[in-house]
Design a protein around this ligand. Sequence first.
Ligand SMILES: CC(C)(COP(=O)(O)OP(=O)(O)OC[C@H]1O[C@@H](n2cnc3c(N)ncnc32)[C@H](O)[C@@H]1OP(=O)(O)O)[C@@H](O)C(=O)NCCC(=O)NCCS
Length: 194
Amino acid sequence: MATYQAHETAVIDPGCEIGEDTRIWHFSHIMEGCRIGKQCNIGQNVVVSPGVILGNGIKVQNNVSIYTGVICEDDVFLGPSCVFTNISNPRSAIPRKDKYEETRIEKGATIGANATIICGHSIGKYALIGAGAVVTKDVPPYALVMGNPARQTGWVSEYGHKLTFNKENIASCPESNEKYQLINNQIRKLMIYD
Ligand SMILES: CC(C)(COP(=O)(O)OP(=O)(O)OC[C@H]1O[C@@H](n2cnc3c(N)ncnc32)[C@H](O)[C@@H]1OP(=O)(O)O)[C@@H](O)C(=O)NCCC(=O)NCCS
């Protein structure tokens, strides 16, 4: 039996799987059939809609609604009040429950406070979305994007630092000292033996 913790005001519907050491804070609602991994922190006033899958080690800040169709891989950070969508052309009078579009947030990516992600796109691994951005396209792995519409302004390391490339197109993270190479507009993390 997994040992997660939920505040007494949280509501957890039947059929959910919640991993060990996950914490769910005040007034949050986990709807039926959700799968939430281990060691996640689900803040206050968060809604996780039916069937949503969240990986391990995810942090969800206050006031986030994670709608059906959103998939978050391990170690994703969802900043306070960021917004997901799952239908591009919603109409109140026309049911479109079978038309939810997928939004995938890959491992280690961060969504800044109050950013909006238009559905049907993926946010690549370790990408960093600036506060208040409106994401309308796929975001490449390790990209730094900001603004409305969101534009890429650079690249970031797995530790979330901006990368400055030398003439060999190699950059070093100031915190981890890990090295990255930019080839054909894609980031490759160099292994120690590279
Ligand atoms: C985007 C971010 C990572 C900073 O990136 P950066 O490249 O280091 O930005 P800088 O501070 O060097 O600013 C560069 C330019 O981008 C602008 N800028 C910075 N953040 C921005 C944002 N979120 N949206 C739009 N423009 C932004 C700055 O005003 C500056 O513009 P200028 O060149 O015209 O003066 C940061 O501002 C941010 O939004 N972080 C997310 C914080 C967050 O939401 N945390 C949630 C948990 S508390």
